[in-house]
Design a protein around this ligand. Structure first.
Ligand SMILES: Nc1ncnc2c1ncn2[C@@H]1O[C@H](COP(=O)(O)OP(=O)(O)OP(=O)(O)O)[C@@H](O)[C@H]1O
Length: 329
């Protein structure tokens, strides 16, 4: 049995993997629609550009919050649009779709993802836990009875899981990830510089000079926003060591949840993890200094997977192939 496509339905972006072709679509999970007529105006990148810049009747929203569906109808339309875009005109046959969900979701939330995918036109739907997909996508052999600690930091959720024999042994799912790093920077700029900045500017700061570990060289960046005292536009220069201060508490919570999972891990698997190290995946894992911070606090070798933003989509698409290779007695 082979799956036609794998979807990483993320809070920040949707990625579509097609067997034999790889990841062929990556777009922001944003939908813009007319509030009066309920007509969808734009989906994906086009809609993202509208965020915060729409007239009163048009709203641009993210239909997923912290990895779960917050607006069912819009999510269904978004999945349908991306599936059609990925399949093109060449296929009349309904695709078989495997799609991932964060490890801590409830049965109701799983059902919502499954139903939205069927409603979007799937012939068959398979739900896969994000850390398992991330491990497969990162090229880790999870078929053996040997533990791997995987930390997937997306936009809205962080999944920490010990995986062995193709399944999750111990896990924790945190509703805090890359987007919360942006919010922490917004709060810091307000408090320290009396400057109001938007989420997109905060993300820019994070990607360009953000760090969560004191680095040798301090980079700086000019940031534009609104002076909270005068109400006028203002420019402030911010350094990477300031971002370290801004992000300390948020990244600290991720480290704490890793420690918590390690404390609950059976000893045999702990020994494996010490030997194999911790693997980071997801876009949020690209924040500079995270590897160093986790390594310092846990004492375990930590590395980020290649193409960290794509691994969940790749693993989701390859999951069924992986399972069919497993022995049965
Ligand atoms: N170079 C970078 N440095 C730091 N963070 C980055 C970088 N590139 C992307 N990000 C962050 O990665 C996050 C998105 O990651 P990803 O696409 O893996 O999430 P997602 O799968 O959509 O979310 P979730 O799994 O939580 O539903 C965003 O917060 C984004 O700002």
């Amino acid at each position: 049995m082979s799956v036609d496509i794998g979807i990483d339905l993320g809070t920040a972006s949707v990625l579509v993997y097609v067997k034999g072709k790889g990841v062929i679509l990556k777009e922001p999970s944003v939908v813009a629609f007319d509030r009066d007529s309920n007509i969808i105006r734009a989906i994906g990148e086009e809609a993202r550009l509208m965020l915060g810049r729409t007239p009163g009747n048009v709203v641009a929203i993210r239909p997923l919050r912290h990895g779960v569906i917050s607006d069912y109808t819009v999510t269904e339309k978004m999945i349908k649009y991306f599936v059609q875009k990925a399949m093109g005109k060449r296929s009349f046959k309904k695709p078989r779709i495997s799609i991932c969900v964060p490890s801590g979701v409830t049965e109701v939330e799983r059902k919502a993802v499954e139903e939205a995918t069927y409603a979007a036109g799937a012939r068959d739907v398979k739900l896969i836990e994000e850390p398992v997909a991330a491990a497969i996508g990162a090229g880790i052999d999870i078929s053996k009875p040997c533990g791997t600690l995987l930390v997937d930091i997306g936009g809205g959720t962080t999944d920490v899981a010990v995986i062995s024999l193709g399944g999750t042994v111990v896990s924790a799912s945190l509703k805090l990830a890359g987007d919360d790093f942006d919010e922490a920077i917004v709060r810091y700029m307000k408090k320290k510089h009396n400057l109001l900045i938007g989420e997109r500017t905060a993300e820019d700061i994070k990607i360009k000079i953000g760090t969560t570990y004191q680095m040798m060289e301090d980079e700086v960046m000019e940031v534009k926003g609104r002076n909270l005292v005068t109400g006028l536009p203002k420019v402030v220069t911010i350094s990477s060591s300031e971002t370290e201060q801004a992000l300390r508490e948020t990244t600290g919570q991720i480290v704490e949840s890793i420690m918590n999972v390690l404390e609950r891990t059976p000893p045999e698997l702990s020994a494996d993890i010490l030997e194999r190290g911790i693997v980071l995946t997801g876009g949020g894992a690209m924040l500079r200094g995270l590897e160093e911070l986790i390594e310092e606090r846990t004492g375990i070798n930590t590395m980020t997977a290649d193409e960290p933003m794509q691994v969940v989509a790749i693993g989701t698409g390859q999951y069924v192939e992986f399972m069919s290779g497993q022995k049965e007695y």
